[in-house]
Design a protein. Sequence first.
Length: 319
Amino acid sequence: MIKYDKDGRLQWQKYLPSNNGIILSSVDTDSSGNIIAAGYSKSTDLGVQSYGDYDAVIYKLNSSGDIQWIRSFGGSKTDGFYSVSASPDGSYIAAGITFSSDGNASDAGAAGSSKAIIVKYSSSGDVIFVRSFGGNGDTFNDVKTASDGSIYAVGAFQSGALFRSRGRADAGVVKLSSGGALLGNAGSFDAVVVKYNGDGSFGWHTAVKGYFDEEFNAIEATDDGYVAVGSSCSSNRDLKAVGNRGGSDALVVTFSNGGSLKSIQSYGGSRDDSFGGVCVLSDGQIIACGSTYSDNGDLIGSKYLSSGSASMGMIARFK
């Protein structure tokens, strides 16, 4: 783990020892400057329970990089955290995937294939709640918390246990109350954004549907709603207007605060393209980044182009 100052100068670097590797997928900081990082590991010497195969892990460090605590989550199969968010109430929210139904992943219920999971931890590392969704190849890729403590998670869902499937994998966005309750209908939509007000009353829901693979990888708030980014292989239903250039196209979807679909934009060329991260500038412009295998379409004019055998990083700005 490496910390830089605002000018990009190295402040410190810390090594997290293990006997079989650690992959940290996401990092966030809380209001006190503490660092929270989450990922997965197959190691057995982290000082926490090793449940078997890969376990999801979460680390809390102080601003100097000293470890405050480590927690593991999982069972005898593969489990991992892909995203973490520090909540305004001092808790930490980790999201990812579990294939297990034993260990402390038993709180997620019996698994068919994989379930998308959310685990909420207190500031001292105690589990507050565990929530799981789907059960047939489902995962959460990103998680964010709102000022009222509500939780937004985005990912890809194959099963109809959470949303009714329209294709091999459907993108989905879920909102939870600060107590961990699922807000909204859990079985009627494909790609879904669900919002409830702070008092728990229903706010809005909307859906994005296609017949093939869709996935959301990241979500951020805008001044007047939300933006989710990912990828789509569809050219029908809600993706009909933007079509498909070939393979998967990178996807940018915006929603109003009232839940109305504002815009769908795709980006890419004839090969596979995807956005994995997003930020919103102070003037409202959206910056999305990801990877591309394309050398045509929207990539024409780029200084560097993929040969098709290896991916290239890409960044695009949207108004």
